[in-house]
Design a protein around this ligand. Structure first.
Ligand code: C5P
Ligand code: C5P
Ligand code: ZN
Length: 494
């Protein structure tokens, strides 16, 4: 992928402008996205406002559709992990308000008639990046304006952190890493890259987080070892994933007791160092012997992120598991519990979050089983799965991502997933991969183009995007998608 020059000084100056904007005001309405990245963003800015002694109220929402902006009374509004894709709507609906947007989504082309200033290009002069217009006073801080990729190099929580950092609140860096992990920004390279690495270094210096190379399998903190193997999709472990008998045999050969003396299931994080070593080398040997590609091997052993201020053994100690817990709160319509966790509460909020997590796991399992039963449709230029009204629109994107990362699915085209929660609206989630993005795939642009044709709302990142349209316009929408996919993957192919 072409890399435009980054404008570091512009980035820092705008972070400072955003911090000044906050310092000069009081009494804020904070609106963030309801996923892990959005909730950690709210935690970072919420803790910042709290420490500064500012008044604020916060809310997490599924998506910034136009009607979310009705009835906001406060004068100062902060958008977190959303807003850049809806700037025209914000400008129209919130006339006369003071607005700060800290986001990493691909910015919307601002209507040329309105401003004549498009921020979709990357290496803009920094003065152009800050839009202060008399009627709406919008200050937007978005990495794309400085040649930094918001899909892989920094998350919404990262953008929020660089503002918090101007006040010296560097301990909040740990939450920013949870946000990045939640957005799977460590996925393409099996480690965090770009601005996220700067945050990692700050977090390490602050002693709030440690990163090291270790087994990367999901559930290192919380899943019984056997389950960690059986449910691994990233990578799929040959002859172990989905094969409980063989996984059990594999562990028995290593003489690692699966339970403690008290009968509790042991997790990877609870193993003795010598046991960890034995398990890791046996897994490496097993995967090599079973021809797992070197590329996939990177996902087996790679960087993991540990939050040092969380209790040892707590799932919150692992950035990925913390992120999943936050996602569970949002996707179960209890984002407030996630916000409380991100504000530092660990008692009641944590207990409730664990319940949400259990529900979330069941919903994902049921959803995946539904798709396995109904099948994946292979179209010429994309794959399609349909969750109908059986998979909630709030998890259809996660399910699409999980299925896409498992074996037996062609990776030479992106996947689109549908969910229709009973209304006449259809939710569409799309996921791609790094190689396709390299070839020219831009799901965010595709969603926007198709939405324009059918009067829907959509956007996101090159590698992952979403949209909502009228269900009756589905065929029309996919006609455009088919065309755009074909164009993107042939025209720009390198
Ligand atoms: O709204 P937001 O930007 O926070 O969401 C990003 C979405 O993109 C997440 O659902 C994340 O799982 C997805 N993603 C992905 N693969 C990547 C990067 C992001 O599926 N490589
Ligand atoms: O909802 P889903 O997980 O599929 O979202 C993938 C990405 O697309 C996220 O970054 C999300 O914020 C974005 N999105 C968007 N507009 C929508 C739906 C999703 O920008 N209408
Ligand atoms: Zn995000």
């Amino acid at each position: 992928m072409e890399k435009t020059k980054t404008n570091e000084s512009g980035f820092t100056e705008t972070a400072q402008k955003a911090a000044d904007w906050i310092a000069e005001r009081d009494d804020f309405h904070v609106i963030g996205h309801f996923d892990a990245d959005g909730l950690t963003s709210i935690g970072i800015i919420g803790q910042t406002l709290f420490r500064l002694g500012k008044k604020f109220e916060s809310k997490a929402i599924k998506q910034l559709y136009a009607d979310e902006l009705d009835g906001i009374e406060k004068q100062n509004i902060i958008f977190l992990d959303l807003g850049s894709g809806q700037i025209n709507t914000i400008r129209e609906k919130l006339k006369g308000k003071n607005i700060l947007i800290l986001d990493h989504h691909t910015p919307e082309e601002t209507g040329s008639a309105k401003t004549g200033n498009s921020e979709s290009g990357s290496s803009k002069d920094e003065s152009e990046s800050i839009k202060s217009e008399p009627e709406s006073e919008i200050l937007e801080f978005n990495p794309h304006m400085f040649g930094i990729d918001g899909g892989t190099e920094i998350s919404g929580a990262g953008m929020s952190f660089f503002v918090a950092s101007r006040f010296g609140f560097n301990d909040l860096s740990a939450l920013a890493i949870v946000g990045a992990a939640g957005d799977m920004q460590d996925y393409s390279h099996a480690r965090l890259v770009g601005k996220n690495r700067e945050i990692l270094d700050i977090a390490k210096k602050e002693k709030v987080l440690e990163y090291k190379n270790d087994l990367r399998l999901y559930g290192r903190m919380s899943r019984p070892i056997l389950q960690m193997l059986v449910y691994s999709t990233d990578p799929v472990l040959p002859n172990l994933t989905a094969d409980e008998k063989n996984s059990l045999y594999f562990l028995e050969k290593l003489c690692i007791p699966l339970k403690t003396r008290d009968g509790e299931w042991r997790t990877y994080s609870g193993l003795e160092p010598s046991e960890k070593k034995a398990l890791v080398s046996a897994l490496i040997n097993h995967c090599i012997a079973n021809n797992l590609s070197r590329y996939k091997m990177k996902f087996l052993i790679g960087e993991v992120y540990e939050l040092l201020l969380e209790e040892p053994g707590s799932p919150l100690r692992d950035a990925k598991e913390f992120a999943t817990i936050l996602n569970s709160c949002g996707r179960n319509n209890k984002p407030d519990i996630g916000i409380r966790l991100c504000m530092g509460e660990r008692d009641q909020a944590y207990k409730e979050a664990l319940l949400m997590w259990a529900k979330h796991k069941t919903a994902l399992r049921t959803g995946i089983e539904f798709i396995q039963a109904t099948g994946i449709q292979e179209k010429k230029n994309y794959l399609l799965i349909d969750g109908k009204d059986r998979i909630s629109e709030s998890i259809i994107g996660i399910i699409a991502g999980m299925l896409y990362s498992s074996n037996n699915i062609p990776h030479n085209k992106p996947i689109f997933a549908l969910a229709c929660d009973g209304s006449e609206k259809l939710k569409i989630s799309a996921r791609g991969n790094r190689d396709l993005v390299f070839k020219g795939l831009d799901l965010s642009a595709a969603m926007k183009t198709a939405c324009e044709k059918v009067d829907g709302e959509g956007g996101g990142h090159k590698i992952a995007a979403g949209a909502k349209i009228n269900a009756a316009k589905k065929d029309e929408f996919f006609k455009v998608i088919d065309e755009v996919m074909k164009q993107q993957m042939t025209a720009q192919g390198k």
